[in-house]
Design a protein around this ligand. Structure first.
Ligand SMILES: Nc1nc2c(ncn2[C@@H]2O[C@H](COP(=O)(O)OP(=O)(O)OP(=O)(O)O)[C@@H](O)[C@H]2O)c(=O)[nH]1
Ligand SMILES: [Mg+2]
Length: 226
């Protein structure tokens, strides 16, 4: 008998999150900041990729990052090496970030001073899918060492994302990564999804992705000024 009530509570929590996310999206639009979130399983390379992204974008753009983990400030310390403003969100027992956490972490920042804001979600291929954070673009990362069929096993996270990023690509040959199988796996759950293949360690493929981000920022600002 208790199950329907639990379902009801969960629905209400999600609804509340959507209301807050809508507010955040409006705030981001008004400030002209382009917001990119990153989701993936633990260890796929989100922080390494983000550290590289922040360093490479900084000569041209004003960037900042929020990063979520259950515990520790480790990722914030790593990202702060880029000299960009960074804030850690620790979720305790929660396996995802929520819009309320993002809102409260941003309270002391002036969004008008930013071009890009990045949000690294908690490493998890299930929980973050249902929570809108008001972002403009959601990236789902998948490393070459994880197995090509992850998109088919975790379709919801691929469906909630806009773009897929295959990471650690310099290891592809060593782990016999089957690119065609991975591509087909993504295509089967999300036809037409844009995919970047890169390595944050070697920098291979990073420029194409950075150009794409620059283009998306320009598009957003053009629309905002119409
Ligand atoms: N060879 C190789 N290793 C990488 C690359 N990117 C990340 N790694 C390694 O993968 C491990 C995990 O990387 P992180 O960047 O911490 O992964 P994450 O997704 O942020 O992990 P969580 O925040 O715990 O979910 C580290 O040992 C990194 O050095 C890459 O492009 N190539
Ligand atoms: Mg990380």
């Amino acid at each position: 008998m208790s199950e329907p009530r639990l379902v009801e509570v969960r629905r209400n929590v999600l609804k509340q999150n959507d209301i807050l996310a809508r507010g955040l999206r409006e705030q981001f639009r008004a400030a002209g900041v382009f917001v990119v979130s990153l989701v993936s399983s633990p260890g796929s390379g989100k922080t390494t990729f983000l550290e590289k992204t922040l360093s490479l974008l900084q000569p041209r753009y004003r960037v900042a990052a929020l990063v979520g983990d259950l515990a520790t400030e480790n990722d914030a310390l790593r990202l702060a090496r880029s000299k960009a403003p960074v804030k850690q969100i620790t979720t305790g027992t929660l396996c995802h970030l929520e819009a309320a956490m993002v809102e409260s972490a941003l309270r002391e920042w002036n969004l008008n001073e930013l071009d890009f804001l990045f949000i690294e979600n908690v490493g998890n291929l299930v929980c973050p899918s249902s929570y809108d954070l008001g972002e403009n673009l959601r990236l789902v990362l998948m490393s070459v060492t994880e197995g090509e069929d992850k998109p088919q096993k975790y379709p919801t996270i691929f469906n909630s994302a806009d773009v897929a990023v295959i990471t650690k690509n310099e290891l592809a040959a060593a782990v016999e990564f089957d690119w065609e199988a991975a591509r087909q796996s993504i295509e089967s759950v999300r036809p037409g999804m844009q995919i970047f293949r890169l390595s944050a360690k070697t920098g291979q493929g990073m420029q194409e992705y950075l150009d794409f981000l620059g283009q998306r920022l320009n598009e957003q600002r053009t629309v905002a000024h119409r």
